[in-house]
Design a protein around this ligand. Structure first.
Ligand code: FUL
Length: 485
């Protein structure tokens, strides 16, 4: 009996070794954490800029505002969450405290908060309402806690760091699971500072003692994603337009990054030789400002502008963080909701029909268990991989009947690292190969806008990569008629 048992075990181990997925393909040195991989797959998330500025019509409050002006009359946090959800956003981040220092929760460490406002007669807690609404509608919740605080008397002194960490403790201990914490790098200098009315600049490198603050954050919420100019989990893309670089690596040298003082060009491209994996995040507002201003009601970005941003963020291997600032009623304005809904419709119409799913995929030198059909199954975790490092590598899709298209989607299985740095897409048009697109990086997702093309055969040619080429998706689509209208 036991002999058979051992024999059976041997056979099982032998086969599991033969079919073990990662053994055949060398993984890259720098890889995303499981949580970063999951985070990237959210693709689009939203920002909610809402505070005392909404009522004073400012972008940066000075810190001397009277809490009595904070008085939303029809605040409906669920409307924010439902609006975001309808637009396909998977997470919402709320400005729990912006640079003016006013807190949307009744912090016990300051009087400059919602507890001294008319909202719910001082008994309100918008962080609580927000987190609960996110939970109810199954969307992740994140918080923004501005390090720069123009209200606090101690800002600029070491005591302020204790205050800041106490607030972090409140937010990360009392509100359940928080998916992301957003650390801003701004410091404009002047402020109220407890009545001092002066300019206080800090040393970006030393003042906040970020290392120990990050450690505290992870201690309080081990799964949280930390965003800042320098990561460690997610980094700023270097502009507030929502555009990642056309070449964008999720790898970067963390020691070259300083919160509040990083090279924005470097943040925008990442680094093929980067030592750390940090997801790129493209933040942009649906309006010119981050906070609501009535005079911007006619300046809401159009659905087509949002679509363009989508191609330049999600379509360039980054996550899109779109700001939707509620107005003084406490609602996301009708114009914003309309633009967002139309944006979602265009994206859905474009990407709902992947013509490649009817194609026959062909590639030479596949590694066993990583067959080329894996690029057609809409699953980032399954992929085709090349047995050899020799380049170029070609993956082609052939169709029974001619297809007509103008959009292409490519994905690398980035849980094995980011590899490709030069590629082109060709199509056979009237018997001749034509190059539709030449590009550099692909990463988690690359979306290509090509000219309108009719063809029966389309191929991806990879000419540069830092390891065996692996591809998890090759999709072909026709853009919605609503685009550019
Ligand atoms: C910036 C801030 O100064 C803006 O007010 C806004 O919050 C934006 C997202 O980040 O650095």
């Amino acid at each position: 009996m036991s002999r058979y048992y051992f024999f059976l075990m041997f056979i099982l181990i032998f086969f599991s070794k033969c079919f073990n997925s990662t053994e055949n393909i060398p993984a890259n040195k720098v890889l995303p954490s499981a949580k970063q991989f999951e985070y990237q797959q959210m693709e689009t998330i939203g920002f909610i800029h809402f505070t005392i500025n909404t009522f004073t019509n400012k972008e940066w409050g000075f810190g001397d505002e009277n809490p009595s002006v904070f008085n939303p009359t029809r605040l409906d946090v669920e409307q924010w969450v439902i609006t975001a959800k309808n637009a396909g956003l998977k997470e919402l981040l709320l400005t729990a405290k912006h640079h003016d220092g006013f807190c949307l929760w009744p912090s016990k460490y300051t009087e400059h908060s919602i507890k001294n406002s008319p909202y719910k007669n001082g008994r309100g807690d918008i962080v609580r309402e927000f987190v609960d609404a996110c939970k109810k509608h199954n969307i992740k919740a994140g918080l923004y806690l501005s390090p720069w605080d123009r209200n606090h008397k101690d800002y600029g002194n070491p005591q302020y760091i204790n205050y800041y960490r106490n607030q972090l403790r409140e937010l990360l201990s009392n509100y359940g699971s928080i998916n992301e914490i957003w650390f801003d790098g701004a410091n404009g200098g002047d402020g109220f500072y407890g009545g001092a009315y002066e300019t206080r600049k800090i040393d970006n490198k030393t003042y906040y003692q970020w290392d120990s603050t990050f450690a505290l954050v992870k201690e309080l919420q081990p799964d949280i994603m930390i965003f800042s100019d320098a990561g460690p989990d997610v980094h700023w893309i270097g502009n507030e337009k929502g555009f990642a670089g056309e070449t964008f690596w999720s790898t970067i040298n963390q020691n070259k990054l300083i919160i509040g003082a990083s090279d924005t060009k470097y943040l925008n491209t990442g680094d093929p030789n980067g030592t750390h994996w940090i997801v790129g995040q493209c933040d942009v507002s649906i309006r010119p400002g981050w906070f609501y201003h009535q005079h911007e009601d006619s300046l809401v970005k159009t659905a087509n502008q949002l679509v363009d941003i989508y191609y330049k963020s999600v379509g360039r291997n980054a996550v899109l963080l779109l700001n939707l600032p509620p107005d003084h009623r406490g609602l996301i304005h009708e114009n914003d909701v309309a633009a967002l809904n139309e944006f979602k419709q265009i994206i859905d119409e474009t990407f709902s029909n992947n013509m490649a799913s009817k194609a026959k995929a062909i590639a030479k030198n596949s590694v066993r268990n990583f067959e080329v059909k894996n690029i057609l199954d809409n699953n980032i975790e399954t992929y085709w991989a090349s047995q050899q490092q020799a380049l170029p590598v070609e993956i082609s899709l052939s169709f029974k009947n001619e297809i007509e298209f103008d959009r292409i989607m490519l994905q690398e299985p980035v849980h094995l690292g980011q590899r490709i740095s030069e590629f082109k897409v060709d199509a056979l048009v009237n018997g001749q190969w034509e190059t539709l697109y030449q590009g550099t990086t692909i990463g988690y997702k690359r979306l290509l806008r090509t000219k309108q093309t009719k063809s029966k055969q389309v191929k991806l040619v990879v000419t540069k990569a830092n390891n065996n080429v692996a591809l998890s998706s090759f999709g072909i689509y026709q853009s919605s008629e609503k685009e550019y209208n």
